[in-house]
Ligand binder design. Structure first.
Ligand code: CP
Ligand code: NVA
Length: 302
């Protein structure tokens, strides 16, 4: 069985930490003009059923920087769009490429693909999780503040795929997570339960943010939820991360957002563009964290 990365839980925390250390090394080496060809001759298939800027560019650039190649695939221009099954697609693609990255609407379908793949499958965002983003976020936190173990993190907004991956990360990396969501928009119960003592549902945004070392939010309307946009705008009205809310966090608190941001909705320009924002570092780190992940999964460094 190949080693997949469908959620953060797929790898032991020691391996996640090793990936993050390698990511930092790759970032330093890249800045110093050093070039590594650890994935020379290797190919990543990238299957996108939803839009992407960061995920596509970081995986494609990452493979090129490591001497490999990436292929962009979408339902509209493959046989998937004409009904070839997930299982058959997995069987065929995985006899040709060295790893597959998938962004789709369903974690369950991702799992079905992985079950029939001979090569590692990476979750590039599903309806339920976004584990690659967490690697980049933790790398960005560590760069500015050191180890995230023992830190207090506030999640404010939708209990969506990003929130779920933060719950996984809290337990794995040993930080405390407080979650503030409007009624009816909380995280999945099973994911929350698995978070155990590391996670607490807060009484509201201020309760979540009080004294926090990191405040995180995301769009109020994820891809696939567009039909609910109007209801969501109303439900999330009190959940904007703005300067007044950040004032309740620790003085040196960081702000993160996986992007794309909806300025003036979940976050103000002032916070996103302000000195506490690590959003641009998170985006940049997708490149380095995923290069380290690809090396780890494809095993090119063994
Ligand atoms: N954060 C993130 O995954 O961005 P994209 O949707 O642009 O890939
Ligand atoms: N929660 C968002 C993240 C986008 C990167 C979505 O699923 O659309």
């Amino acid at each position: 069985m190949p080693q997949h990365f469908l959620t953060l839980d797929d790898l032991p925390v020691a391996e996640l930490r090793a990936i993050l250390e390698r990511a930092a090394e790759l970032k330093r080496r890249h800045a110093a003009g050093e070039r590594d060809a650890t994935l020379a001759g290797r190919v990543l298939g990238m299957l996108f059923e939803k839009a992407s800027t960061r995920t596509r560019v970081s995986f494609e650039t990452g493979m090129a920087q490591l001497g490999g190649h990436a292929i962009f695939l979408s339902p509209g221009d493959t046989q998937i769009g004409r009904g070839e099954t997930v299982e058959d697609t997995a069987r065929v693609l995985s006899r040709m490429v060295d790893a597959v990255m998938i962004r789709n609407h369903s974690q369950a379908i991702l799992e079905r693909f992985a079950a029939h793949s001979r090569v590692p499958v990476i979750n590039g965002l599903t309806d339920r999780f976004h584990p690659c983003q967490l690697l980049a976020d933790i790398q960005a936190f560590v760069e500015r503040r050191g180890d995230i173990a023992g830190a207090t993190v506030a999640w404010v907004g939708d209990g969506n795929n990003m929130c779920a991956s933060y719950i996984n990360a809290a337990r794995l990396f040993g930080f405390g997570l407080r979650i503030a969501t409007p009624e009816g928009y909380g995280p999945d119960r099973d994911v929350l339960a698995a978070g155990g003592d590391a996670v607490r549902l807060a009484e509201g945004p201020e309760d979540a943010v009080r004294g926090a070392d990191l405040v995180v939010t995301d769009t109020w309307t994820s891809m696939g939820d567009e039909a609910e946009t109007e209801a969501r705008l109303a439900a999330f009205a009190g959940y904007q991360v703005n300067a007044a809310l950040m004032a309740h966090a620790a003085d040196d608190a960081l702000f993160m957002h996986c992007l794309p941001a909806h300025r003036g909705e979940e976050v103000t320009d002032e916070v996103l563009d302000g000195p506490q924002s690590a959003a641009w570092d998170e985006a940049e780190n997708r490149l380095h964290a995923q290069k380290a992940l690809l090396e780890h999964l494809i095993g090119a460094r063994d």
